[in-house]
Structure formats: structure tokens, C-alpha cells
Design a protein around this ligand. Structure first.
Ligand code: AGP
Length: 606
């Protein structure tokens, strides 16, 4: 989705803005632009395409100033084009604005403004804002912004500059993230932490309905209706190096390699001999016993982690779990009340559908636990309890280390619930916890031992435009994630099926040479899955089996081994070859691995 950066200080703003925008490239975008204020003039440079094209234009036009705003746009209203890219300027050239989000009532506002004679140069919803600023300007920028905000319906994070009020930067938000970074005599604004992390780790996190008026002497925080806000400074505990590629060709590969460390961070301080410490979940044992149902609600990869969560919670804590896609849950009047526990899952903590699902659940009286990666983002701030997964910044659009740490969060929650309900004997709990502790090393072992094999496999294997992933029980849940990973970064059409379901229709698609990736780890159904593999093989499917030692591999054309672990925990290990396979196939096909077409990292619109 769109990215925002702003700067006011004593340095030339252009390189700071461009560097910040680069750090936000991972969010996905199709055009970019910057505006600089200098000596009573505002200069804007913007273009459709990637940041390299903006940089070229900047070289030619050399905008200058120590105050500026920048934006990467991911088209929603109006196609990717230079006129539609941000910043947007008022017809009288007095105001420039960058905007993340969607102004839902923009067409009404646009008609009203057109009737008053305002000329529009773009198809965007955003352009109403600079014109409204002109319409309502009363000599005081903050007051004018407040009047404009009253007219807007929808979601926005806005940065505003005015020629008439030099040396001032206004930031305001509603349902779209915005942070203000504080350094010595200079201030940064961004939609996302990595954009400013190399400059400061001291930030204000703006809440919905809050505004920051920033000049070189400081930041004045207030609500949009004018009440002063007193806010604590938040210290970001990410190391700036975490948001760099560190020698890897792509962020995705770096993040795959970071998974052992991410898992270690996710469990740090939480695993005891036989118990799980999750003090951040404020439920009593009685409350856990009283829940008759759990809903897990999320999107994409986070949703897939919830499918594994269902197996873990149902099998250990014996609470029925329904897993729902957030964009469906929020509109289908779900049967949720105070006896239902809702768990929402989100890497970014800003996904619009997941946030709306959380609010829907709370409105119906349910308690909501968030499993989240991004500290200070909206979802954990609104949830009743938060389990942070501590994966560190995930930059590649394709989620890997966040997925793995979401899985481990679910395993920890399942054990925690089961112990609270007295359903898990100490011995079994110790067994599971000791297996959890081994997982980071086992993940490292899989990467070490299978990366080269998978890179080779990718060269010859996935030449087709279709692929299938099959498995049973937890293996099926992971197959769904493997299939999403392959399609989102390599653009190969991939589907995941419960292995036993193929013969009910999909087997008709299996023909000579079709790649089928089979996960075979669940002891109770290994023989059944092997029979399904035979059915595929008989019709020409080429099988890659992912399995632990001891499984009959004679039907496999290729075999990838994972180390032995507890049956329930295999998802954390089988996910690794699938991530590597998707990565190397995408590289082979020359795809833009970190920023796949049409996709964005943080989906802040419906
Ligand atoms: C995964 O590779 C995708 N990029 C996507 O499915 C993602 O998991 C989904 O958009 C949810 O994002 P969130 O975890 O930030 O809420």
C-alpha cells in the first residue's frame, strides 16, 4: 500500500525523503513523488513508475529545501499515472498533500468543489483535500486542517505543507498508521517504522483522530477537535540493520534465513519446563475453561497460520475453533458473544479487514487476543490482549518469518490453554516444550541441508504453469501456505488440496509432468496420503515428497527431508522447503521476488 515520509530539520530534505521512500518500497507502489518547501516556494517532482525514475527526475530538477514530504502510491482511485501520483497540490498552489487511505465521500466533495470552480487534474480521491484546504483556509493552518477533517469520511494518514505557513508540517491520521520520529532539531514523519529507523528510534505513535503540528522547535500534539494530547515517547527496539538486505539477494531470502533467530525471539522467556508464560494474556484459568468456542480471524498467510492454530488448540485444549477470513467474518454477522474468544492474527497490525473484524468481535462482546508482529500498530493497541511474535521487521511482501512465529505463538497458546484447563499432563507438556525448544536449530538444519537441493529442483521442476500441493490434517494447512507462496511470487497457478479430496474432481487436472508437492508427516494418515500420491503418479504427476525419515519414498520423484519432531509441530519444519521452493522458482522465472506485481505488504484498504 501507499507509503508516506516527511522531514523538517536542518539537512537537505530530498535525500532523506528518497531514502525513507526506498525503505517503504516493500509496501508495494506504482508511482512516487516528493514536495519541498524553500523560501516561500513549494516544488513538486513526481512520476509514475519506480523510485529510480523519480531519482532521475530529481537529478534533473534538483528540488531543494529542509522541509518536505514524500509518497509512494499504490493505485486505488485512478490508474497509476503521474497526475494521479502524490503529492497533490491545490489549484492556487498554496497547499500540498500526501495521503494514505481512501476518502469514501470524495465524489460528493469533488462535485461540490467543481461547482465552486475548483479544477481537478487527477482521478484520485486525495485531490479533494488540497482544494478543501484552499476553500477553508482562514490564516491558521491547524484550524483549517481541522475544518477539512470534519468534511472527510474514510481512512487517512495525511501530511500537509502550506506556502503561507512556512516551516510547518502537519500530520493527521484516522484508520491509517502514522508516526513522528524525534531527533535533535529535526523531525521525521512516516507511515511505517523502517522509513525513519536509520535516523531515530524515538517516536510518537499517532492515534486515530490525532494531529501533530511540527516545526523546528518541536511537535505539538492535539486531537482533531483541538484538545492538547500528552503522549509518551516510544522507543523502537528494532536494530536499523534488521531492515537492510545484509548481503542477501532479496529480503525474502534473508528473512527465510532469519527464521531460527526469529523463533528463538518468539519463545524467549515464554517456555518453562512444563508451562508457558504468557503474562500478556490476562485470562484466568476459569475464563479459559468457560470459553465454548474460539474464532481465529485473519487474512492470507496469517489466516493459514490460524488453520494450524485450530489443529493445535482443538487437539490440546479441546476448545472448538473456527477459522475465518477477516473480509468474510466482518460482514457475515458471526455468532460471537462474550462466551467466545476471538484471536486475530496480523503481521503488520494494520490490515483493514482484520482490524474491522476485531472491532466487530468486540462490539459483540467478545474478548480479542491479537497475535501480531508490529509493536505499536493499531490491531495490538485495540485488542484486549496481545501476543507479540517478535519476528523483527518483515520487508518482503511474501511473509515467511512472521508466518513461522505466528505458528509458534499458536502452539504456545494451545499449550497454555490446555494447561489452564488441566487437560495436558506435565509429562506431555514437557515433551512438547522440549520439542518447541529444538525447532530453531531444526529450521537452521533444513535451510543448511536442503537449500541447494531446492535451488536445483526449482531449475527443472516448475516449468509448468500449474502446480498442486497436497497433504492431510496439519500438512494440508501448510500446503495451503506453500501454494499461496508459490503463486504470489512466481505467478504460477497453484492449488492446495486435502490429499483425500483430489479424487472428487481435481484429479481430472493431473496429467503428464504436472508438479505435485506432497507433505507426508502425519503418522496416522501416512498410508492414506501415500495411496493418494499413487493415484497422482499413475496419471503422470511428478511428485516432490516432503517428509521425515521412515516414510516409504518409492513413489516420490524428488524427496526433501525434515528432521523428526512431534507430530503436532511439523508445520514449522515443512514450511521451510515450501518457502525456499517458491523463492527459487520465482528467481528462476525472473520475478520481482520482494515486490510481486499487484501486491502490497500492508493492506490498509478493504
Ligand atoms: C503473505 O505472503 C501475504 N503477503 C499476505 O497474504 C498477508 O499475509 C496478508 O495480507 C495479511 O497481512 P497481515 O499479516 O499484515 O495482516
Amino acid at each position: 500500500m501507499c507509503g508516506i515520509v516527511g522531514y523538517i530539520g536542518t539537512e537537505e530534505a530530498t535525500p532523506i525523503l528518497l531514502e525513507g521512500l526506498k525503505k517503504l518500497e516493500y509496501r508495494g507502489y506504482d508511482s512516487a513523488g516528493i514536495s519541498l518547501y524553500d523560501q516561500g516556494q513549494i516544488e513538486t517532482v513526481k512520476t509514475v513508475g519506480k523510485l529510480a525514475e523519480l531519482e532521475e527526475l530529481v537529478q534533473q530538477e534538483k528540488p531543494s529545501g529542509q522541509l518536505g514530504i514524500g509518497h509512494t502510491r499504490w493505485a486505488t482511485h485512478g490508474k497509476p499515472s503521474t497526475p494521479n501520483s502524490h503529492p497533490h497540490t491545490s489549484s492556487d498552489d498554496q497547499f500540498v498533500v500526501v495521503h494514505n487511505g481512501i476518502i469514501e465521500n470524495y465524489s460528493t466533495l469533488k462535485s461540490e468543489l467543481k461547482e465552486k470552480g475548483y479544477q481537478f487534474t487527477s482521478q484520485t480521491d486525495t485531490e479533494v483535500i488540497p482544494h478543501l484546504l484552499t476553500e477553508y483556509y482562514d490564516g491558521n493552518l491547524e484550524q483549517t486542517v481541522r475544518k477539512v477533517i470534519e468534511k472527510l469520511e474514510g481512512a487517512y494518514a495525511l501530511l500537509i505543507l502550506s506556502k503561507g505557513e512556512p516551516d510547518k508540517l502537519i500530520a493527521v491520521r484516522e484508520d491509517s498508521p502514522l508516526i513522528v520520529g524525534l531527533a535533535d532539531g529535526e523531525y521525521f514523519v512516516a507511515s511505517d517504522i523502517p522509513a525513519i529507523l536509520s535516523h531515530t528510534d524515538q517516536i510518537y505513535i499517532l492515534e486515530d483522530g490525532e494531529m501533530a503540528a511540527i516545526n523546528r522547535d518541536g511537535v505539538e500534539l492535539s486531537t482533531v477537535d483541538g484538545k492538547p494530547v500528552d503522549k509518551e515517547i516510544f522507543t523502537v527496539d528494532w536494530d536499523p540493520g534488521m531492515a537492510e538486505k545484509a548481503g542477501f539477494e532479496h529480503f525474502m531470502l534473508k528473512e527465510i534465513h532469519e527464521q531460527p533467530e526469529a523463533l528463538r525471539r518468539a519463545v524467549a522467556g515464554r517456555l518453562n519446563q512444563a508451562d508457558i508464560h504468557l503474562d500478556e494474556v490476562g485470562l484466568t484459568a476459569q475464563e479459559i475453561k468457560d470459553y465454548n468456542k474460539i474464532y481465529i480471524v485473519a487474512c492470507g498467510t496469517a489466516y493459514h497460520s490460524g488453520l494450524v492454530g485450530k489443529y493445535a488448540i482443538e487437539s490440546l485444549a479441546e476448545i472448538p475453533v473456527e477459522v475465518d477470513i477477516a473480509s468474510e467474518f466482518r460482514y457475515r454477522d458471526p455468532l460471537v458473544d462474550q462466551d467466545t474468544l476471538v484471536i486475530v492474527v496480523s503481521q503488520s497490525g494494520e490490515t483493514a479487514d482484520t482490524l474491522a473484524a476485531l472491532r466487530e468481535a468486540q462490539n459483540k462482546g467478545a474478548r480479542v487476543i491479537a497475535i501480531c508482529n508490529t509493536v505499536g500498530s493499531t490491531i495490538p493497541r485495540e485488542a484486549d490482549d496481545v501476543v507479540y511474535i517478535h519476528a523483527g521487521p518483515e520487508i518482503a511482501v511474501a511473509s515467511t518469518k512472521a508466518y513461522l512465529t505466528m505458528l509458534i505463538a499458536f502452539y504456545m497458546l494451545a499449550i497454555y490453554f490446555a494447561r489452564a484447563k488441566d487437560l495436558l499432563a506435565t509429562e506431555r507438556s514437557e515433551e512438547l516444550i522440549s520439542a518447541l525448544k529444538e525447532l530453531p536449530d531444526q529450521v537452521a538444519e533444513i535451510i543448511e541441508e536442503s537449500e541447494e537441493q531446492i535451488a536445483q529442483l526449482a531449475k527443472e521442476y516448475l516449468k509448468q504453469e500449474n502446480a498442486f500441493f497436497i497433504g492431510r490434517s496439519i500438512d494440508y494447512a501448510v500446503a495451503l501456505e506453500g501454494s499461496l507462496k508459490l503463486k504470489e511470487i512466481s505467478y504460477i497457478h497453484a492449488e492446495a488440496y486435502p490429499a483425500g479430496e483430489l479424487k472428487h474432481g481435481t484429479l481430472a487436472l493431473i496429467e503428464e509432468g504436472i508438479p505435485v508437492i506432497a507433505l507426508v508427516t502425519q503418522e496416522s494418515v501416512i498410508e492414506k496420503t501415500l495411496s493418494n500420491i499413487k493415484e497422482v503418479k499413475a496419471r503422470g504427476g511428478v511428485i516432490t515428497g516432503i517428509t521425515a525419515n521412515g516414510v516409504d519414498e518409492k513413489e516420490f520423484d524428488y524427496s526433501i527431508k525434515i528432521p523428526q519432531t512431534d507430530q503436532l509441530l511439523t508445520s514449522i519444519l515443512t514450511a521451510i522447503p515450501l518457502q525456499l521452493l517458491a523463492y527459487y522458482v520465482a528467481v528462476e522465472r525472473g520475478c520481482d521476488v520482494d515486490q510481486p506485481r499487484n501486491l502490497a505488504k500492508s493492506v490498509t484498504v478493504e
